[in-house]
Ligand binder design. Structure first.
Ligand SMILES: Cc1cc2nc3c(=O)[nH]c(=O)nc-3n(C[C@H](O)[C@H](O)[C@H](O)COP(=O)(O)O)c2cc1C
Length: 164
């Protein structure tokens, strides 16, 4: 199993909580990401409370994976660390992909649930989770033990390679 090549989105999860060690390993992977000027402009909001996860399910019509997920991680951009939201997003996307790959390496499943730049979704997240104005909630990760196989896609595309 190659955690990069074999990762795919998982949208159904088993009713099984993650251990604290597993959560810490996911966060460590996120913190290890590269960031512009090493400013590390991310904050990870770890949500294990089932009621809070269910409330968050309605932040987006496409957040169905939260219905069974035992863990949600809200990825926030910390504009006190880098006022440029464009750079924050790039850095937070790198941290996010690290978390998704770490999840796969640990036998867990995950799905990235889009938020920013949809302002309606951002507002819904802000209504549910009390965040300082310097933190921009970007997107949510649903994570847990896979309750479905998922489909690994072959995305190789010769047409998207330019060789000089
Ligand atoms: C920025 C972004 C937003 C996404 N938003 C959602 C979402 O709201 N709901 C969902 O079920 N999947 C979402 N996904 C997962 C994509 O649908 C998925 O990555 C894509 O179909 C490729 O499939 P794979 O992850 O299995 O390779 C999102 C992925 C990205 C990168």
């Amino acid at each position: 199993m190659d955690p990069i090549l074999d990762r795919c989105s998982i949208r159904q999860f088993k009713d099984q909580k993650l251990t604290e060690e597993e959560i810490q390993a996911l966060l460590r992977a996120g913190f290890s990401a590269p960031s512009a000027r090493n400013l590390q402009p991310w904050v990870f909001v770890v949500i294990e409370d089932p009621a809070k996860i269910q409330a968050l399910r309605d932040f987006s019509p496409y957040a169905g994976p939260l219905e069974t997920a035992p863990l949600a991680i809200l990825i926030c951009a910390d504009q006190n660390h880098n006022p440029s939201l464009d750079y924050c997003q790039q850095d937070c996307a790198a941290a996010t992909e690290n978390i998704l790959i770490q999840a796969k390496a640990m036998g867990l499943g995950s799905c990235w649930l889009g938020g920013y730049p949809n302002l309606d979704r951002i507002e819904k997240i802000r209504d549910l989770i009390d965040l300082p104005s310097s933190l921009m909630p970007l997107w949510v990760l649903a994570i847990g033990h896979p309750g479905e196989e998922g489909s690994i896609k072959n995305k190789w595309n010769d047409k998207k390679i330019i060789r000089l």
